[in-house]
Design a protein around this ligand. Structure first.
Ligand code: SF4
Length: 546
């Protein structure tokens, strides 16, 4: 607990009064609402909440910003959105016990705040909506016994599939393929289905038309919608600076939607200005242009300020009205009803031990550049710098730059997974972990992706202008000008050749590797270790010959 006496603004004091009205004499059910459960439709409450006898507990605690180091914008987003949500509950006569981070009695852990509330309010039972993280589920389950209270865990109606439904689909399959799951979802939800029952446009997937490198005018890219911070957000920003200023990232440019209205403005902006080109440029990377044509809806959606159904409906309508082409709309819809639901299904299906997997046996620490953004590599400098400034990077930066580099350099999957969880405003464990540990690090041995997403500098060069002006050359694998991605790519294949020998999707790169001379392989391993050394990483033992 800080010894500093916090300055309390007029608004902050008013917020506290509004959010802590006298609670009922006896609380029948105490509902614990977590920071990523800000459903504006109050779906679960409408069905199960008794205003006369029940109360809601919401708590801001240090532990949630520090169990992995959380970007100051991520913390600000959560706390400001929570305060706005608590006010909206209060306005509907829902009694809310809201504990601010700077409350003198705050125990600074969710567990501690639930125990404190139970001690003071003596509820007959507890209720929660399924949390987004195994860590929290384990904590919640323990309350039944340690607090001697019945507890109900409601499924989260925000999602399109429950963990049980996903489990039914997954059970008995040799591999879980997202594309198969996606087709089931398209049919089940009747989205982009032609009158004959087949897929709209004759294909389920239009990725062959997508993923172009960006060759357009960088100055005509659409600007971001601006969300001016209100009193609540300004108070949270001041509090975060005061109490959590040692956490990573910069707060100055905070511009994330913290209310339903702001989230809807972001959604309308995407449909009107970005969706039409989303497919074409979803994998493009341009210096100084962090937003491109991405939706920027993952953060408000993961906080539940937006519902996936309304987003998909508007995107499909845009296609029907001729505002956006099918390749863009199908690609976007696939992200929402396919990939997002699939990833969440994998998270719960694979169990609490999923986060400990390390199929490639990686052991290295994350290089310090991930925290400072300082790098000679222009692609890393841009991608890391944007994360530090905005708490955000688009998916191809995450997968093919920062994630690709960590995997090929040999970073332990838990280290990079924790970095992703803490540094991105949209990161909740159910979404972040399978995307990072599974897809980007291949640490689950192929559950999420059937091959590792390893790529040389040539891939990054194709997708935009990062390599222009970089001091390294993307096509060069040896020597002082060698692109570290390209050196690491071959070093990665050398080190893991045996692991991927039977993976048919890796046949071509391994064939190229096998055509190299022993002398060149030795030189690549040495150059890779020189790069590790320059990044403060330990060297690796030379790989054994195939
Ligand atoms: Fe990145 Fe290599 Fe391109 Fe430089 S040359 S920007 S290090 S991929």
């Amino acid at each position: 607990m800080s010894a500093v006496v916090p300055r309390v603004s007029k608004h902050r004091a008013a917020f506290g009064r509004r959010l802590n009205p006298p609670l009922p004499q006896t609380v029948r059910t105490l509902w614990v609402v977590f920071g990523d459960q800000l459903d504006p439709r109050f779906s679960v409450f409408r069905k199960h909440f008794d205003k006369a006898h029940d109360a809601v507990l919401m708590a801001e605690v240090d532990e949630e910003s520090r169990h992995v180091a959380s970007h100051v914008q991520r913390t600000t987003l959560f706390l400001s959105a929570m305060r706005h949500y608590a006010e909206s509950l209060s306005a509907r006569d829902v009694r809310v016990r809201y504990v601010t981070l700077d409350n003198a009695d705050n125990t600074q852990s969710l567990d501690g705040e639930v125990r404190r509330a139970v001690g003071e309010l003596r509820p007959e039972r507890l209720a929660v909506i399924r949390p987004g993280e195994w860590r929290i589920v384990t904590m919640v389950e323990a309350w039944r016994e340690s607090l001697q209270l019945p507890l109900t865990m409601h499924e989260d109606p925000h999602f399109l599939t429950t963990p049980a439904e996903f489990g039914e689909w997954a059970t008995g399959r040799r591999t879980m393929v997202m594309e198969h799951f996606y087709r089931v979802m398209r049919r089940r939800l009747e989205i982009l289905i032609a009158p004959d029952g087949g897929p709209e446009g004759g294909r389920w997937n239009f990725d062959a038309d997508n993923r172009k490198g960006y060759k357009g005018d960088r100055d005509t890219l659409p600007p971001r919608v601006r969300h001016e911070p209100d009193d609540i957000t300004r108070d949270v920003m001041a509090m975060v600076r005061e109490r959590l200023g040692d956490l990573p990232g910069r707060l100055d440019d905070f511009n994330w939607p913290v209310t339903r209205e702001q989230a809807l403005a972001e959604l309308r902006d995407f449909i009107t200005h970005r969706l039409a080109h989303f497919g074409d440029y979803q994998d493009a990377m341009v210096v100084g242009r962090p937003w491109m044509y991405h939706s920027l809806l993952s953060a408000p959606m993961n906080l539940k300020l937006l519902d996936p159904r309304e987003i998909v409906t508007l995107a499909v309508e845009a296609y029907r009205r001729g505002v956006a082409p099918l390749n863009a709309v199908e690609g976007f819809v696939r992200q929402i009803i396919g990939w997002r639901e699939f990833i969440r299904g994998v998270y719960w299906h694979e169990g609490a031990g999923y986060g400990a997997r390390n199929a490639l046996g990686q052991t290295h620490s994350l290089p310090s550049m991930y925290w400072t953004g300082t790098s000679e590599m222009q692609c890393m400098r841009e991608s890391l710098g944007e994360v530090l400034s905005n708490g955000f990077g688009h998916h191809i930066q995450r997968l093919m730059v920062t994630g690709n580099f960590a995997m090929m350099a040999g970073v332990h999957p838990r280290e990079i997974s924790d970095w992703y969880l803490g540094m991105y405003v949209d990161a909740i464990d159910w979404a972040s972990l399978p995307n990072t540990l599974g897809m980007s690090q291949h640490a689950d041995g192929g559950v999420v992706g059937t091959k590792p997403y390893a790529a040389s500098g040539r891939y990054i060069d194709r997708q935009g202008d990062y390599c222009t002006g970089c001091r390294f050359s993307p096509g060069v694998r040896l020597g002082d000008d060698a692109c570290p991605f390209t050196t690491f790519y071959w070093d990665f294949l050398l080190r893991h050749r045996a692991t991927f020998a039977r993976n048919h999707r890796m046949a071509m790169p391994l064939k190229n590797l096998d055509a190299m001379s022993d002398q060149e392989r030795t030189a690549i391993a040495a150059r890779a270790n020189a790069v590790r050394d320059s990044l403060g990483m330990r060297p690796m033992a030379a790989p054994t010959s195939p």
